[in-house]
Design a protein around this ligand. Structure first.
Ligand SMILES: [Zn+2]
Length: 419
């Protein structure tokens, strides 16, 4: 049974404004609503700010906002209290994320260093001014929003006080069962699972899950609701955010070089080894395995030769690529990217497990250049905390690399690191 076409969105209108404090999750919600509704999405931060962190004049901003408001359909994401009034007048739906100060503080901390599409730069360090705004939001802004809600009747108003409420509402809109499941084309699905995703590829005779995510122990059951074909599992690698639903499979395809990593994460079942050049045919849909060690010892990419798609695991993506700690090897990673380039004529899109979906094949060359810059000490890292430990973030405009701190000091050669 294929997923439903989408929820009945007439309930939430065609002109939606999303308000709330920085860090409350406005942009994330806005993007999900765009996916569900197909409404054009405008992030006000992208209107106001320029890439060099200067901003346009207020008059110019107001003029552009006026143009947007005259359009028939939109989602407008952004607080900008000075222009609450015209947006309230023009919209049919108000979504107000009235989350606690602590929640919003956590929100602005978690996004540091993350590549974003809702603002023309990525924040690389805490911003005291922004923190001040978060501290004062409920005193300075929230009463104005509630005042406008009272003074502008006839709007649909949705107020959320926790992230869970937001999630529950979205789930209801989508139909709980198929929450975060998106159909890419006739026989390909993408399942979003927080900060990670995985895929379901169907052929004429079989279907393959590629990874099973982080919080989806029911991944197999979910796939069986989408397709009645016999189901196999292929894992791009065995980091814990990719194997949460493996337990429901007796066997799975994985590089044998990854087995140690898999068992270290309590991975169960029988490993069916796949290596460079192996082809798993789903029935008129051959999937070719490409070894790309580096992120982990047995990372693989899966090349869908018929649909011209490369599933890249964690190795080609525009988020922050984890290259710190045991198992990681940046030099092999760079070699693997060069190897992937050899297949460049055979795919048009890259499906990563993190970051934006999809990404274009030219990202491979950029990542290769970035890795080479780090290895040669041509760039330096900023310290950031990830999972409670301090690591170095090498931030490029196309992606980031999280590496052991001082592993490749800028200006020094890699050999000095002596590992
Ligand atoms: Zn991952």
């Amino acid at each position: 049974m294929p997923p439903k076409d989408g929820p009945n969105m007439t309930a939430i209108g065609q002109k939606i404004i999303i308000l709330g404090c920085s860090g409350s999750g406005k942009s994330t919600l806005a993007k999900t609503l765009r996916e569900l509704t197909g409404l054009p999405l405008i992030h006000l931060d992208n209107v106001w700010w320029r890439a060099d962190r200067t901003h346009i004049a207020r008059e110019e901003f107001d003029r552009r906002l006026g143009e947007i408001l005259r359009e028939e359909r939109w989602i407008i994401d952004g607080d900008y209290s000075r222009t609450y009034e015209p947006r309230f007048r023009a919209c049919d739906t108000v979504i107000f994320l009235d989350l606690s100060e602590e929640e919003c503080m956590r929100g602005i901390t978690e996004r540091i260093g993350r590549k974003r599409t809702d603002i023309p730069w990525s924040e690389d360090r805490p911003d005291p001014e922004l923190e001040e705004l978060v501290r004062n939001y409920r005193r300075d802004n929230a009463p104005t929003v509630y005042g406008l809600i009272e003074r502008c009747p006839g709007k649909q108003v949705l107020i959320f006080r926790t992230r869970t409420q937001v999630q529950d509402w979205l789930a209801e809109l989508k139909g709980k069962e198929m929450e975060n499941v998106y159909r890419i084309d006739r026989n390909t699905w993408r399942i979003e699972d927080g900060h990670v995703r995985f895929y379901l590829f169907c052929g004429e005779e079989r279907a393959a899950l590629i990874d099973t995510g982080m919080n989806r122990p029911e991944a197999k059951a979910l796939a069986e609701k989408i397709t009645s074909l016999p189901l196999i599992l292929i894992n791009t690698h065995a980091d814990p955010d990719h194997i949460s639903g493996n337990g429901a499979f007796e066997e799975f395809y994985m590089s044998p070089a990854e087995e140690e990593n898999y068992r270290a994460h309590d991975g169960r079942g029988r490993l069916l080894p796949v290596r460079e050049g192996d082809v798993i045919d789903l029935g008129d849909r051959p999937l070719r395995i490409i070894d790309i060690p580096g992120h982990t010892p047995g990372s693989i990419a899966v090349l869908d030769e018929k649909e011209r798609i490369l599933v890249s695991g964690d190795s080609v993506q525009d988020g922050n690529i984890f290259m710190f700690g045991r198992h990681r090897d940046l030099r092999r990673f760079a070699e693997s990217l060069r190897h992937l380039e050899e297949f460049r004529g055979q795919f048009d899109a890259v499906f990563p497990m993190h970051g934006s979906f999809p990404v274009t094949p030219d990202l491979i060359g950029k990542l290769f250049g970035g890795a080479e810059d780090i290895l040669a000490g041509r760039t330096s890292a900023v310290p950031v905390f990830v999972h409670g430990r301090e690591v170095g973030l090498y931030r490029f405009d196309f992606a980031g690399f999280l590496c052991d701190l001082n592993r490749w000091p800028a200006g020094k050669n890699d050999r000095a690191a002596g590992e």
